[in-house]
Design a binder for this molecule. Structure first.
Ligand code: HEC
Length: 120
């Protein structure tokens, strides 16, 4: 019995770990890239997220931010990104960014990716 279950459990764990390390980049493309570019100087409906770590929320020149974002007083780091992405409109009332990432592992993967893209 055990002998038949173990390989299955092993497979399950391996894929869970893979899914978690997952590919922040893939998740970013799926969930964020429609509105956010990762290239310097390119803004879509949302501001570019290249270099977002350490940025004061709502501070890029030429981006049409909501007043709520600009006056939020937030600086983006792991913690603020994590709470914001879990429930954007609860953290910044009146933000125009309404897309949330409820799954903590997916948030962590996306934040890893954003951090990678913020340090040269
Ligand atoms: C439907 C479009 C849309 C999607 C999808 C989207 N966003 Fe946004 N995002 C916006 C808009 C619009 C703003 C500006 C909001 C404001 O000013 O209130 C924004 C703002 C932000 C900011 C603040 C940036 C700054 O310069 O202060 C972060 C961080 C952010 N988004 C992260 C993400 C991440 C990560 C994802 C993917 C999980 C994502 N967004 C998906 C539209 C989107």
């Amino acid at each position: 019995m055990l002998a038949t279950l173990l390989p299955v459990a092993g497979l399950f764990c391996a894929s869970a770990v893979a899914a978690q390390e997952a590919d922040g980049e893939r998740l970013f493309r799926q969930r964020c890239a429609a509105c956010h570019a990762m290239e310097a100087g390119q803004d879509k409906i949302g501001p570019r997220l290249l270099g977002v770590f350490g940025r004061a929320a709502g501070s890029l020149e030429g981006v049409n931010y909501s007043n709520a974002m600009q006056s939020s007083g937030i600086t983006w780091d792991r913690r603020s990104l994590d709470t914001f992405l879990a429930a954007p409109r609860q953290v910044i009332r009146g933000t125009r960014m309404t897309v949330s990432v409820p799954d903590p592992a997916q948030r962590a993967a996306i934040i890893d990716y954003l951090q990678d893209q913020s340090t040269d």
